[in-house]
Design a binder for this molecule. Structure first.
Ligand SMILES: N[C@@H](CCC(=O)N[C@@H](CS)C(=O)NCC(=O)O)C(=O)O
Length: 208
């Protein structure tokens, strides 16, 4: 398997983390999104949406969208419950991550972490950033409330719902988010980081 990815990407990291925890060998193909390497004719032929992560199977089939990749890889493993309701709850949190969490926390992080120099001082951008941060704080509050009475998001065990939400939450400070008031979220981050096979977002070496 090949995973086309960008090391700083939380969306790519979700897939790297799960592959590592599943002990599945894969080749990491790193592209630089800051240099437009996902917008080349070659990559657009693989994913017309011009984005990583992209998982290419040994038989040539391809899958994009981090949530879909997680669902595919987790099928038949302890990372995805068999029970239909619990599976739907996992999807509920994957969809929450993509609609309420990632577009705010990941985008605020991208703007501040990678584009600060070119954007700082632009009042339109400052307002847009503040709006994303407000929405991101609301998403963190939803997580905090949920985790106050649970160790993990679904079924009292570590699933791909935790993998998906961990990816950008653990680097939320880079988007200007203060996790200090979110005690339950911080304790959950520690529990996730303690899971067997955990790898940091910066790890680039994997068994192929
Ligand atoms: N919804 C997608 C988002 C993918 C995405 O936004 N990828 C970004 C990196 S995190 C990207 O490839 N950006 C490059 C570009 O837009 O040119 C997912 O969850 O995989």
């Amino acid at each position: 398997m090949k995973l086309y990815d960008f090391l700083e990407s939380g969306n790519g990291y979700k897939c790297r983390l799960l592959l590592s925890q599943l002990g599945r060998p894969f080749e990491l193909v790193l592209l630089d999104i800051l240099r437009g390497e996902t917008r080349t004719p070659d990559f657009l032929a693989r994913n017309p949406n011009g984005r990583i992560p992209l998982l290419e199977l040994d038989d040539g089939r391809r899958l994009v969208e981090s949530g879909a990749i997680l669902l595919y890889l987790a099928e038949g493993t302890p990372f995805l419950p068999d029970d239909p309701f619990a599976r739907a709850e996992v999807c509920q949190w994957l969809f929450f991550e993509q609609y309420s969490h990632e577009p705010n926390i990941a985008v605020a992080r991208f703007w501040r972490h990678f584009q600060w120099a070119e954007r700082a001082g632009d009042p339109y951008w400052e307002r847009a950033l503040a709006e994303r941060q407000a929405q991101g704080r609301a998403a963190l509050e939803v997580m905090e409330t949920h985790l106050q009475s649970r160790d993990f998001f679904v079924d009292e065990r570590y699933t791909i719902a935790d993998v998906a939400l961990y990816a950008y939450t653990h680097v939320a400070d880079e988007g200007g988010f203060d996790l200090a008031p979110h005690r339950a979220v911080r304790a959950w981050l520690d529990r996730v980081a303690d899971q067997p096979g955990h790898v940091p977002i910066t790890q680039a070496d994997f068994d192929a």
